[in-house]
Design a protein. Structure first.
Ligand code: MRU
Length: 353
């Protein structure tokens, strides 16, 4: 498994021929690592948000293919290929918005196609290696992004973040929290405001916990407080992650991000999006084409077994929203910072890679 030394939180780990994931539904109360040894099990874990966050979902999907390949590795070539096709389909249906899921499946599918005809046990081992590679590379990419992003955060700045784009949302280090971590490691003194992030509470439960583990000063606020704090001059910069960026620079991220971006523009506060290249979907021309997941109304009705909404009320639960590119001060990628992102600048980013 990859070196995760830059973070204290281990999101995924390979143990006893299973992929184990920290169960993000029960953090911070309990730390448990359920293990999965089938694609169907991993797909269910992604759907139920045992694991969440775009890059982490990509890593989990790659391991989903690998564990299924190991499970089927005594079958004939034809049965093995049929079983893997099924695994790809099951995993692709787990969650729709984070493009890293499809990016990782695509990478695994291409590798499998290149290995056709080889003994199935060897193919399964190679697919497992690739899942390890995707995971290790994710950490390296996050550290590179962190280096570029850290330079954008002035010493002593007060940084607002939304949802959890930390080590827990990746293989390690994080994207938005990776930028914050790198800045702190570079000696900057920062204060983080974490939006609670209704309804799944990734900010309250995960970002707050993750930053406390590393003693990075963090203050938790509810989602409706950030405008007030901005108007009082208490926030200097916003850094968030993303689940998918369209070719024109429109950004899909956790529901509520759009409101934060509008408020940041109103108050002249830079709004940065930490975005590995694997999160950019150049096949999609603008944000209106990004599929927005609608989740169960139970998440809005209440939490943790407590329901506060009246029985019979109608509920909407879109899990993501789109921030138009014009509200994005810059994308922070592993290939550098793209200020005022647009179609040309994003295309150029890939020309360089
Ligand atoms: O529903 P989630 O928790 O998977 O949503 C996560 C986010 O929106 C993150 O901000 C995004 O995936 C970037 S994570 C590095």
């Amino acid at each position: 498994m990859p070196d995760q030394s830059s973070t204290t939180v281990e999101t995924l780990r390979w143990r006893n021929n299973r992929i184990e994931m920290i169960d993000q539904r029960i953090l911070p109360g309990r730390i448990e690592y359920p293990g999965f040894d089938s694609a169907a099990g991993v797909a269910q874990a992604i759907r139920d948000m045992v694991i969440r966050g775009a890059p982490a979902i990509g890593c989990a999907a790659a391991y989903g293919v690998a564990v299924e390949a190991l499970r089927l590795s005594t079958l004939s070539q034809a049965d093995f290929a049929r079983g893997l096709d099924n695994a790809f389909a099951v995993l692709a249906q787990s969650r729709p918005t984070a493009v890293n899921l499809f990016w990782a499946l695509d990478r695994m599918r291409k590798l499998h196609a290149n290995l056709l005809g080889q003994p199935v046990a060897a193919v399964a081992q190679r697919l497992l290696e690739e899942a390890h590679n995707i995971t290790a590379q994710d950490i390296t990419i996050n550290q590179k992004m962190g280096g570029f992003g850290a330079a954008l955060l002035p010493d002593k700045s007060r940084v607002l973040t939304h949802c959890n784009a930390g080590a827990l949302a990746t293989a390690g280090h994080g994207t938005a929290l990776g930028v914050i971590r790198s800045a702190v490691l570079a000696g900057k003194s920062l204060k983080v405001f974490a939006d609670e992030t209704r309804p799944f509470l990734q900010g309250a439960r995960l970002t707050a916990w993750e930053l406390l583990q590393e003693k990075i000063p963090v203050t938790l606020i509810t989602d409706n407080m950030s405008g007030h704090l901005m108007s009082c001059g208490e926030i200097d910069v916003v850094v968030v992650g993303t689940d998918r960026v369209a070719a024109n620079g429109d950004v899909a991220n956790k529901i509520g991000t759009y409101m934060v971006a509008v408020l940041a523009r109103r108050h002249n506060i830079p709004f940065y999006v930490a975005c590995p290249l694997s999160t950019i979907d150049r096949s999609i021309t603008d944000g209106s084409q990004i599929p927005i997941e609608e989740r169960s109304d139970a998440e809005v009705r209440g939490y943790g077994g407590i329901e506060w909404a009246p029985i019979g009320v109608s509920i909407r639960n879109p899990a993501f929203d789109i921030t138009p590119a014009e509200l994005v001060t810059a994308l922070i990628t592993e290939n550098g910072v793209v200020t005022a992102p647009d179609r040309q600048k994003i295309a150029a980013l890939f020309a360089e890679s």
